[in-house]
Ligand binder design. Structure first.
Ligand code: SAH
Ligand code: SF4
Ligand code: F3S
Length: 458
């Protein structure tokens, strides 16, 4: 790798990230790629030589935000005398390509999620104003191979991408088009990255993938090969010294296999929290969405998971107002929520995405109906979340302390169930797991009292 030329002042880099955790991870990797070129993060776009918008295309609003942000950046670029380079990365870049440059000529570079390792080359081309400003080829393996192996950790928690892309083609979703076909990284690569993170004090790793439990990574040099599933990978990462907590996101009900469920029971490092998007409780709608399972099958999976890991907290995603959704279909979703009980959940109004099959379906649901359904669903989910948080009061939880709290003398962190926890304690606790007695709860967090700190695992 090139060494940084210390004689030159660093160039300012500002990356703004939208969308899912995969984008958060990708933004970190872009920082890793740009560091040897002398790019150092700055606090705002005004001070930046390079601004990267890492974009999300999942709903219409997410895409619109990018264009309004670009309008503001254009003015800043003009004020900078043209010094600023503007790059658009992520899923909007992949989906819109050339159209982005046409709609906003101030954009210098457009690169899709599989092209981040080509950023240095593209910046060089842009500065000489030669060649293509667009890089949206799909070559996931090349990307993973070309990205620097070393990772700069930032605090005690980290994301680690293990799988990318999706072959499920849910009829509402753009991801199979923006991220391409499903592909897993090799176990060896993942383990190298996990070890590097652990050696920098990371204690919790969240394994990421658009369909993370479809993971089937090659493991030639390791016993149990040739291909490992996610359960095997989690058990292996759990053995890395210093790694106390493992999470994974986002999973699909169809890939919730018995071995992964068993791993929740036999691997204490796997946190008792499962984010399993279901989208709807109506079999008719699940079928139209091409989800490949029924509501009853979802309930069966949840029952198995709860047997393997009693007390596990559940999270999910929901869409209301999918084309053709009737009041009865929506009621089936409400029933599924009541029967399951979620610790937390994300819910969205269906957004029509160009190029997806559902966009062309009959029976598009009027906006006011979508609004009313979303409100009803969110009220129910809020009640469940409030009740789940309240059920922790009086208990003692392990909290991974991640930073200073808002009040002086306060720190905050995450419970095993992914809840935010605040308590009074010294800043030396940051990066450690503390035993905390929960005394109060609200919709979004817990308040506790510090009991003791646990030493890092060997
Ligand atoms: N891979 C994950 C989710 C990816 S997108 C999965 O399979 O579940 C994150 C969430 O956005 C989805 O779970 C879904 O609830 C929501 N979503 C995706 N497309 C959408 C659309 N067109 N309109 C509204 N919500 C959408
Ligand atoms: Fe989208 Fe469905 Fe793939 Fe999830 S499984 S990313 S919702 S197509
Ligand atoms: Fe958005 Fe792309 Fe993630 S569309 S949700 S950033 S995979």
């Amino acid at each position: 790798m090139n060494s940084t030329d210390t004689a030159k002042p660093p160039k300012g880099l500002f990356i703004k990230t939208y969308g899912c955790q995969m984008n958060v991870y990708d933004s970190e990797r872009m920082r890793d790629v740009l560091r040897p070129l002398g790019y150092a993060p700055v606090d705002g776009p005004e001070q930046a030589d390079l601004v990267v918008l890492n974009t999300c295309h999942i709903r219409e609003k997410a895409t619109e935000k990018v264009y309004s942000e670009l309008g503001q950046l254009k003015r800043m670029k003009e004020a900078s005398g043209g010094r600023m380079t503007i790059a658009v990365a992520g899923c909007v870049a992949q989906a819109e390509g050339e159209e982005l440059i046409r709609r906003q000529p101030a954009v210098d570079l457009v690169l899709g999620p599989q092209a981040y390792h080509k950023l240095p080359e593209m910046i060089a081309r842009a500065s000489r104003a030669v060649g293509d400003r667009l890089e949206t080829e799909f070559d996931t393996l090349e990307k993973f191979d070309a990205l620097p192996k070393a990772r700069a950790a930032d605090g005690p928690t980290a994301f680690l991408s293990v799988q990318e892309g999706c072959d499920k083609f849910c009829t509402f979703c753009v991801v199979p088009y923006t991220r391409g076909a499903e592909l897993s990284r090799s176990v060896e690569d993942i383990v190298v990255e996990a070890r590097s993170l652990a050696s920098q004090g990371v204690r919790e790793i969240s394994l990421l993938g658009q369909n993370v439990n479809a993971f089937h990574g090659a493991a030639p040099a390791i016993e149990g090969g040739p291909d490992w599933d996610l359960g095997q990978l989690c058990r292996h990462i759990a053995k890395i010294g210093g790694i106390d907590r493992i999470r994974y996101t986002t999973s699909h009900p169809r890939d919730m296999d018995d071995d992964l469920i068993a791993a929740h029971g036999d691997t204490p490092e796997m946190m008792p929290f499962l984010h399993l998007p279901v989208q709807s409780g109506s079999d008719r709608i699940l079928k139209a969405m091409n989800r490949g399972h029924t509501a009853a099958e979802f309930h069966d999976i949840i029952a198995k998971v709860r047997t393997a890991r009693p007390g596990i907290a559940l999270a999910s995603d929901f869409i209301v107002g999918f084309p053709g959704e009737t009041d009865a279909d929506f009621e089936a979703t409400m029933d599924l929520v009541r029967q399951t009980g979620f610790a937390t959940a994300y819910s969205f109004k269906y957004s029509r995405r160009p190029g997806t099959p559902a966009a062309e379906m009959f029976g598009q649901v009027p906006e006011d109906v979508k609004n009313a359904r979303l409100q009803a669903l969110q009220a129910l989910l809020r009640d469940q979340q409030t009740a789940f948080n309240a059920s922790q009061v009086g208990q003692t939880l392990d909290v991974l302390v991640t930073g200073k709290g808002r009040q002086p003398g306060q720190v905050h962190g995450r419970s095993p169930y992914q809840q935010a926890v605040h308590f009074n304690g010294p800043t030396e606790l940051i990066g450690q797991i503390a035993s905390v007695h929960v005394v109060d709860s609200s919709l979004n967090s817990l308040t506790g009292e510090f009991i003791s700190a646990r030493e890092a695992a060997a």
